[in-house]
Design a protein around this ligand. Sequence first.
Ligand code: C2E
Ligand code: CA
Ligand code: CA
Ligand code: CA
Length: 275
Amino acid sequence: SKSAGRNCFTIYDEAMSAELEARNTLEGDLRDAIARCQLEVHYQPFMDAGTGARRGFEALVRWRHPVRGLIPPDQFIALAEETGLIVPLGEFVLRRACADAASWPSDLMVAVNLSPIQFKEADLFDVICAALHDSGLSPQRLEIEITESVLLERGAENHAFMERLKGIGIELALDDFGTGYSSLSYLTAFPFDKIKIDKSFIRSLTHQPRSSAIISSIVTLARGLDMAVTAEGVETSEEFERLKALGVNFAQGYLFGRPRPIAEIELDGPSSRSQ
Ligand code: C2E
Ligand code: CA
Ligand code: CA
Ligand code: CA
């Protein structure tokens, strides 16, 4: 497909490598996709580990490309971050997620991923407030997931920003915990409600005794800091049983449901049990 980016401003140079060209095409296509609403938000449930009740859904973006089909975020989020397109993309996801969640039973939360690039935008707080206001979603039902890099760069500014979000009732989760470089002292300094343990730890749970020890110490640490713990990427009931025994508060993964388009989500009836 011809990309709008190339038609508009990019000067075509025969020396341009095929890779760079492909990247520019993808960038142009992504720009179009945002403008033409080809992005979709899918939802994956997360469960209260103690009761087995569904507690909410995480919003995960997908790109429905006219030629290439459904593209997962791992193939375009990094490009979106490099090009700044993550800003309009992220606002789209936030608005869509708030609007969708506003029609769910009011005990269900929605969790939205924010990129560190979005944190650098001066108007992010206003964007979030507008998404809440326009959708009518109560801020208490919105959870924002951020990764450790937000703590390392611009730590003081981001800390103040997080306090502002908490001040209006939004919950904060630290995503992919255990994969980054931040020390535990960083964690204690930030006002998180929840820590999401990366799925790599859950994957090795059944064959690496060390993983149990790591998860158990994260749970102990979190309790001391008055934070909850979510296990990500739970695929088997064996994993789930172990995680419950280790004291994890929430669980998310294919065992309970894959990310699905809004139309395929069951909201009626007892929403409490896993499949
Ligand atoms: P994440 O935030 O850590 O999201 C969890 C990822 O794990 C999702 O991949 C989800 O589909 C996958 N997953 C869930 N349960 C299981 C399981 O049981 N087993 C396995 N193997 N995987 C599981 P997905 O949807 O492909 O998203 C990948 C990443 O892309 C996300 O990781 C997040 O970092 C990023 N992303 C997705 N949507 C957004 C968005 O709207 N904004 C931003 N900034 N990033 C996003
Ligand atoms: Ca996440
Ligand atoms: Ca994660
Ligand atoms: Ca991630």
